[in-house]
Design a binder for this molecule. Structure first.
Ligand code: AMP
Ligand code: ZN
Length: 115
């Protein structure tokens, strides 16, 4: 827990936000500024600033991110139309919240490369 971190505070409930998925290690919320009809954030409960902090001991949790992403995507029919799982690592890549999180985007055609 980082006392000044938005996603730590949402995770522990001190900032209210509807959680669309919860486990001991992860939770998911709808993005407040959606960039697609489905835009979900999967957020590990433990505070790590970015992908650069991920270690071998986090591999199981990272695997569960993919399981949860597939589950949430299938519930929304995105297994039929496709979805993107994105991590912005560092401010130069567009990371604005310095607590690791995984974006699920889908429900519209997605172009490549992203901007
Ligand atoms: P990133 O730019 O990769 O760090 O992504 C941060 C995301 O968090 C952005 O897509 C924001 O719209 C989203 N966001 C910021 N504050 C909130 C919030 N209170 N609830 C849900 N999503 C948020
Ligand atoms: Zn945090």
């Amino acid at each position: 827990m980082s006392s000044d971190c938005l996603f730590c505070k949402i995770g522990d409930g001190s900032i209210p936000s509807e959680k669309i998925y919860e486990s001991d290690t992860l939770f998911a919320i709808n993005d407040i500024n959606p960039q697609a009809p489905t835009h979900i954030l999967i957020i590990p409960r433990v505070h790590q600033t970015s992908l650069l902090d991920v270690e071998k001991s986090d591999h199981e949790m990272m695997g569960s991110v993919i399981t949860v992403a597939n589950q949430l995507a299938k519930e929304r029919g995105l297994d039929k139309t496709g979805y993107r799982l994105v991590v912005n690592c560092g401010e130069g890549a567009g990371q604005s919240v310095l607590h690791i999180h995984y974006h699920i985007l889908g429900g519209r055609p997605l172009k490549w490369p992203p901007g």
